[in-house]
Design a protein around this ligand. Structure first.
Ligand SMILES: [Zn+2]
Ligand SMILES: [Zn+2]
Length: 388
């Protein structure tokens, strides 16, 4: 808030106004700007806060005196603090205040209305294939449903008796200094009445816990940690109130072959033979959709990574509401090769290898050099340009 308005001006009363007149003006304005009546209207919320603050100062004799003398500076820090004995949040403040003047206006404290059902949260385990392609899943959810036998009333006969604890008032009143603290009766939840003839199916609760099967759509490209919000599939609310929501947190299981790195798939250590690596070859590598051909050039080393475009995971994009947005971009498939040393060989294979070894040995022996020359050669062979 910028410059503060004068408290008398806020409430529209004269400086000489008595407490009763201030109360009256306050109630009228508080009702008018109450957030429950102006949902989503932040100006109303600000007005309500302003009115509340002005009232708090002007009905307190000490604070009013300080305010009259020093203006806002005289009551800074005082405003808001120490209010009503522990109203910590704005909504507490609203509840306390609204409760107070509703009570003051005669009759029972305004009920909060039927409570919305609780939100539920569950983990949803899927495999990599489902995560990549998207899937429809049937999941079992344990949640509260409205009891069919009593339609949520909790009573067989749908009759209610006056609450014995609060005698139908629905609240208890405590005085704390100037303020009246009204608390809803815990026995009847502030309704003032209790069930007359408890329903046997739900033991009067009005709701029962059941397993429900729910269909879920997993979008293509889902990854561990993705939250899917399924509106209205949480716990049933009290009669007349909406259900809670169901939130699913995706967990993708490890795949035997493919690892996932964002929208890329990764195959670490795809084996190729020594001759394939040395002479070059076309190999077949698995993809999520089958297989594809990969060209391995002559002289390929262990650890070389090949990239196959668009054989990875679809990039999942979500809008502000968390719903998937059409997107055709896909990650890549990356394959790292490992040159395998042959272990079991036929006689012929062994012969050829021995021949190879002999050739290499001859080369070494005909070009026999001194120790330091060998080290020089070693460095040279690490350079990218040696003859091959
Ligand atoms: Zn019931
Ligand atoms: Zn009661």
């Amino acid at each position: 808030m910028s410059a503060k308005r004068d408290y008398y001006e806020v409430l529209g009363v004269a400086k000489s106004a008595g407490t009763e007149e201030i109360e009256r003006a306050y109630r009228k304005l508080a009702r008018q700007h109450h957030p429950d009546r102006n949902i989503g209207d932040t100006t109303a919320e600000d007005k309500f806060k302003e009115v509340t603050e002005a009232h708090e100062i002007l009905v307190d004799e000490n604070k009013r005196e300080r305010y009259d003398q020093f203006g806002h500076a005289g009551v800074e820090n005082g405003a808001g603090a120490g209010f009503g004995g522990g109203a910590s949040s704005f909504s507490d403040l609203v509840n306390d205040l609204f409760g107070n003047f509703m009570g003051g206006g005669g009759g029972r404290r305004g009920q909060r209305g039927p409570q919305r059902g609780a939100d539920l949260r569950m983990a949803l385990d899927i495999d990599l294939i489902d995560a990549v392609r998207g899937a429809k899943k049937e999941i079992s959810v344990r949640r509260h449903e409205v009891c069919i036998d009593c339609v949520g009333s909790g009573s067989k006969s749908n009759k209610r008796n006056t609450c014995p604890r609060c005698k139908g008032r629905g609240e208890f009143i405590q005085r704390q200094g100037f303020f009246e603290l009204r608390q809803p009766c815990p026995t009847c939840n502030g309704t003032g009445s209790v069930i007359a003839n408890a329903c046997t199916s739900c033991k009067g609760a009005g709701r029962i816990q059941v397993e429900r099967s729910i269909s879920i759509t997993v979008p293509p490209g889902a990854d561990t940690g993705l939250r899917l919000l399924v509106g209205g599939e949480g716990d049933a609310g009290e009669p007349g109130a909406p259900r809670g929501d169901l939130e699913l947190v995706i967990r993708v299981a490890q795949h035997k072959l493919f690892q996932r790195e964002g929208s890329d798939l990764f195959v670490p250590g795809f084996p190729i033979t020594f001759s394939q690596a040395a002479l070059g070859s076309t190999i077949e590598v698995p993809t999520l959709n089958g297989r594809t051909r990969l060209n391995v050039p002559a002289g390929t080393q262990t650890g070389t990574e090949f990239r196959i475009r668009s054989e990875g995971v679809p990039e999942l994009r979500l809008n502000r509401q968390g719903a998937p947005v059409e997107n055709t971009r896909k990650g890549d498939l990356r394959v790292t090769v490992v040159v395998e040393t042959p272990t079991q060989m036929t006689k012929r294979q062994e012969e050829i290898l021995r021949e190879l070894a002999e050739i290499e040995h001859k080369q070494v022996s005909t070009h026999r050099k001194g120790f330091f020359d060998k080290i020089k050669d070693l460095f040279a062979s690490n350079d990218p340009e040696p003859t091959r």
